[in-house]
Design a protein around this ligand. Structure first.
Ligand code: ZN
Length: 512
């Protein structure tokens, strides 16, 4: 009266296999589960009992013991419902054991035996492939996601009953779910929003193109209604398209976070995340008793947009510093520590002052000088240090808004961005951790961003005359390098430097 069923769970963004061992003996009836946290056990037991009975199977009035092995890794509850129910049915002869070893099974059970979707189906499919197991059974909503791993035979099921019929007989005649991975990938790569929809704001669009070309973080400063959010939202459409590997990596994170919409196969476009300024530090970087990826990891390979930057709590902005440096985040709990990737472009936006209209020529700013100073002081210096471009977004003129001419489309801008990225890929070939100009450290800047005498002179003048800080120096060189790469110029010329100097608004006083 012993059975074994294969299932799996995630740890960070990866999955591992779990054995569900069920032992049933003729003793005083009871149902105990070993290897799960207490409250999860209680809930699972009730769902399993009800689902087994409601699907017309016999629930044994005996002593049931279920062990989830390995025991030393902390597991979450609901995805084990299905394998545990099957373990009971196998130990009581209601499921034939022949093919049990061929499939990894996951699913949460509703009381009527319907299967509910689970987190982490994609990482689990990758592990199933690695362990060379024939196939997996998943809730229907997780089917496409798991089927992205082509070598694994994926069987989506709707209920416990259907799964039992599959294991007992139908596995011989049912074909696994096949999806055209390349077709889905190229189809889903289309962007919904395009820069062609943005009228005017040519300077801002140029700055965003520079940011995209060098992978630089950027902050936009402008009055309400100037279109900062609309502009930021379109940034992913001009970044180079995700490679299939990057898409899989991003999808894994969304999958374990339970953020993949049902019936979605892949996150095929660069994510754009814009958490509200009331977000907690745990929700931003990840956390919880069972750690979950935060917004910075959901933005992996994409854009994290923080609108109204000064409104974010200071401690929330502080936790961004390390991930911005490392491209990943480690979440430590008493017994475990989990690492999530978090390589994203940071885009921030803010009003120029408390009332919002300091730089708007058509509206009166009602702030006092002291209020403006206090407002600007709210943004954390160390965070600002990681932002290469500052750009003022002016209020849109009526003439531009009503113009019938549409702006340049994202596809054309993206083509230029890709060219500039190729220059960087060539330059940094063989250099670990260096992919785009934004990744350059001080010594790389010395090596790759040499100026001629005229450029040197110009930069020196800017630093003294405009009162730019010393830290602005490196930022200007990096951005100058990107602007030069955009025209495939091996040298950073004075005109590249002077444009880069334009993108340091916050180092100067804002111009009303
Ligand atoms: Zn104001």
């Amino acid at each position: 009266m012993l059975s074994k069923v294969l299932t799996g769970a995630t740890y960070g963004v990866n999955a591992y296999l779990v054995d569900v061992e069920t032992h049933i003996e003729k003793q005083i009836p009871g149902f105990s589960i070993v290897g799960l946290p207490d409250n999860a056990v209680r809930e699972s037991r009730e769902r399993i009992t009800a689902a087994v009975k409601n699907c017309g199977f016999e629930f044994p009035i005996k002593k049931i013991t279920i062990n989830l092995a390995p025991a030393d890794i902390k597991k979450e509850g609901s995805a084990f419902d299905l394998p545990m129910a099957l373990g009971i049915l196998a130990a009581t002869g209601q499921v034939t054991p022949e093919v049990l070893g061929d499939f990894v099974l996951v699913g949460e059970l509703a009381l009527d035996g319907t299967l509910r979707p689970v987190h982490g189906a994609l990482p689990l499919a990758l592990e199933v492939r690695k362990q060379k197991i024939k196939g997996m059974v998943v809730p229907r909503e997780n089917g496409k996601e798991a089927a992205m791993v082509e070598e694994v035979a994926v069987y989506p099921m709707s209920s416990l009953k259907e799964t039992v019929e599959f294991l007992n007989a139908d596995h011989a005649r049912l074909a696994p779910l096949k999806v055209d991975v390349r077709e889905i990938f190229s189809h889903d790569q289309k962007h919904m929003s395009d820069f062609a929809d943005v009228k005017g704001q040519e300077n801002v669009k140029r700055a965003l193109e520079v940011a995209a070309a060098g992978g630089h973080n950027i902050i936009m400063i402008g009055p309400p209604g100037s279109g900062k959010t609309m502009l930021a939202k379109r940034l992913p459409s001009i970044l180079p398209p995700l490679s299939f590997e990057e898409a899989l990596e991003t999808t894994k994170i969304h999958s374990v976070a339970g953020q993949l919409p049902p019936d979605t196969a892949l996150v095929a476009t660069r994510p754009f995340r814009s958490p509200h300024h009331t977000i907690s530090d745990a929700a931003l970087v990840g956390g919880g008793t069972i750690p979950r990826p935060g917004e910075i990891s959901l933005s992996h390979h994409g854009v994290l947009f923080l609108d109204e930057l000064p409104e974010f709590a200071r401690n929330v902005l502080e936790v961004l510093r390390q991930p911005l440096e490392d491209g990943r985040v480690t979440i430590s709990r008493s017994k475990l520590s989990v690492e999530y990737p978090a390589n994203f472009m940071l885009v921030c936006a803010m009003n120029p002052c408390l009332c919002g209209y300091y730089t708007d020529p058509s509206r009166e700013c009602t702030c006092t000088g002291q209020q403006i100073q206090k407002y600007m002081a709210k943004i954390s210096g160390p965070l600002l240090d990681r932002i290469d471009l500052h750009i003022e977004v002016p209020a849109v003129k009526y003439k531009e808004l009503s113009s019938k001419v549409s702006g340049e489309g994202s596809e054309r801008i993206r083509a230029r961005v890709i060219c500039a990225r190729e220059v960087q890929t060539d330059r940094f070939k063989g250099r670990k951790g260096l992919y785009a100009n934004t990744d350059m450290q001080s010594k790389d800047i010395r090596e790759y961003c040499k100026l001629d005498a005229a450029g040197e002179e110009l930069l020196k003048m800017a630093i003294t005359k405009l009162g730019l800080s010393a830290r602005a120096y490196d930022r200007i060189l990096k951005v100058g390098r990107t602007i030069a790469d955009m025209v495939e110029s091996p040298y950073i010329r004075p005109e590249h430097i002077s444009e880069a100097i334009q993108y340091r608004s916050l180092d100067r006083n804002l111009s009303p």
